[in-house]
Write a protein that binds this ligand. Sequence first.
Ligand code: SAH
Length: 415
Amino acid sequence: MSGNPYPLGLRLAGRRVVLVGGGAVATRRVPALLDAGADVLLVAPELTPALRAHADAGRLRWQRRRFAADDLDDAWLVQVAVDDPSAAAAISAVADERRIFCVRADDRAAATAWTPAVTRQGPVTVAVLGGGDPRRAMAVRDAVRELLAAGPSRLAPPPADAVGALGPVRPNRRGGQVALVGAGPGDPELITVKGRRLLTEAEVVVTDRLVPGLLLDELGPEVELVDATKIPYGPARAQEEINRILVDRALAGKAVVRLKGGDPYVFGRGGEELLACAAAGVPVTVVPGVTSAVAAAAGAGVPVTHRAVAHEFTVVSGHVPPDSSASMVRWEHLAGLRGTLVILMGLKNLAAISATLVAHGRPAQTPAVVVQEGTTGAQRTIRSTLGVVAADVAAAGLRPPAVVVVGDVVGALDS
Ligand code: SAH
């Protein structure tokens, strides 16, 4: 077949796509078809376990047999992923007869349609055809993906009115919005792909003490950076002020990212910010993050659960002393748990917390680890036991931010 391929973006939502074959190629084709909302009919005598799972979950329909011409009734597209070339040719012939485009895994030259190498970045889809050479297509795709991941600033500067071409889905040109984004525990590479994309697209970024500084290094000079830790007033007023900044900027039409250490909803006051935006009619997206409650332990080589060692982990804030009337934690009950206890914001009250846990029955020799600035280049850890951990922290001079992990998981991976 000659002539250049003519690229199209097929809108498959609710439209029948027939996939013939139940092996590795079909397994790789299915997720994108489902993502496009296609009504997938899978025809194959046997399926891989992954395809079987899609069928069992009702995400596609499975005909457990070999292909029959009637399978193409109502089809808009057919993909052939069978090994036998004569069977593939026969399916392709039926498709031709019915004027249905046919992708063939066995013989690209004979196919009437080719699947490109694809990368997606938010609303943008880049599809690359390599002129018959799939490896060339993938290499070009990988280069484009890297360029996109580096953010719009690495691309040719967009004309002013095209800012946001790669941008978040905005309700309209003036419709600002807020994204509450978890920045991860400290290592700048531990932000999510989605969080990083929204950050590269932001016009206003409001940050916190715990946000990895390197993430902010990449922001363009035109981005307004608000450091929430520099807001004067007490904590309560400061939070009101942050809420006001988020709402004001969004109502002015800006794409606002509120970056928070770890996960926005783990002791991060993300919920308050969400409610403030909602009350002002500002659309909010929440992007979860890798929380230090799990990641700082991992950074110190400690799994929060481990087979036959701990079947639970409990995350608790230690910022209120156990004997305070303001305490919302039943420390005496936590003392009776056998699993892993992860204490955030607990250094200041660690002596009182550990004494309370021991007094109510957690053995003093339970292993403990304290991790300061976990997952960063400045990470410091000390190993101890519940009975003496507070003294050890004081002696070592550990400072916040730090998590305290108590339980037999500490040491579970020691060889
Ligand atoms: N939303 C954050 C937690 C905010 S509360 C999260 O999900 O991780 C602040 C507390 O988190 C700190 O006092 C400390 O206990 C813990 N913390 C955050 N980052 C940390 C890190 N890199 N290493 C150790 N502890 C950390």
